[in-house]
Ligand binder design. Structure first.
Ligand SMILES: [Zn+2]
Length: 270
């Protein structure tokens, strides 16, 4: 079975082929032009790879498998008309699914959190992807103001004082002119951010509410975090006997891989 897995993120679009193994095919900027042309790009790549299905992971909020909001994308009006069956899924859901299937198939309760341009989360509960009514897992847009007592901040989604305002690629880039260098050369800096503390706080809330066994963190910023420090901080904040495993996922392309695996599941069910 040959399948395309696609990651439509805030900064890049990544296309991966899957046929028992994964093959990196293409990475292009997630600019307005490429997003507008996404349907025809996917038609070309599907033909080139001989794909029988396509899994698309997109940085947006979904209802009935339609994008209803995509705060971190430069274009939002997606209409897919593809020559093969496809699934559309939230990108963080694809990440969580990929991590569980490929790395931790024995774990039944976990969250996969991506910290990149924004923050996304996919939940695996009792071994299954949990979507709620479609939008579950939007941890990046949970309000934290009353906890943080910090100045009012406007979020990309139009709300105020959301976690992303303090800990995300877009908000940290606003704060530091040379954020890419800061992240690359001194990733320790990130642990001194107020936003980091708020992020850890949100993670511990999740663990206590859902009794998660694992929190896997990835994304362009998330994969630079130190596993040892995040694990220590989460477990320091958790009330005993809660404990949680933390894994920083450095493997590339996990959203696209998870999207391909979800598309494979869809074909297997047909
Ligand atoms: Zn928001």
């Amino acid at each position: 079975m040959r399948i395309l897995g696609v990651d439509v993120g805030g900064t890049k679009i990544e296309i991966t082929g899957y046929d028992e193994k994964f093959y990196h095919i293409k990475r292009i900027p997630s600019n307005e032009d490429n997003l507008k042309k996404l349907n025809s790009i996917l038609i070309n790549e599907a033909e080139g790879f001989g794909a029988e299905a396509i899994g698309i992971g997109i940085a947006g909020w979904l209802e009935d498998r339609r994008v209803v909001k995509a705060p971190n994308l430069r274009y939002k009006d997606f209409q897919f008309n593809l020559p093969v069956p496809f699934i559309l899924e939230n990108d963080a859901n694809c990440f969580a699914y990929g991590v569980q299937k490929l790395r931790f198939p024995e774990i039944l309760y976990m969250a996969g959190i991506t910290v990149g341009t924004g923050i996304g989360m996919g939940l695996i509960l009792n071994g299954k992807l949990f979507r709620g009514r479609g939008k579950a897992g939007e941890i990046g847009h949970s309000v934290i103001h009353s906890i943080a007592r910090i100045p009012d901040m406007l979020c990309v989604c139009g709300g105020r004082n959301h976690l992303e305002c303090y800990f995300s690629g877009w908000s940290l880039e606003k704060k530091y002119d040379d954020f890419k260098r800061v992240i690359k050369e001194n990733s320790e800096q990130i642990f001194r951010e107020k936003g980091y503390e708020l992020f850890i706080q949100e993670v511990t809330h999740l663990v206590t509410i859902l009794d998660l066994e694992l929190v896997a963190i990835g994304g362009g910023i998330g994969n630079k975090l130190s596993q040892e420090i995040v694990k220590r901080d989460v477990n320091t904040m958790l009330p005993p006997p809660f404990t949680c495993r933390v894994e920083i996922i450095k493997e590339d392309g996990m959203v696209a891989k998870g999207a391909a695996l979800l598309a494979e599941d869809m074909l297997n069910k047909e």
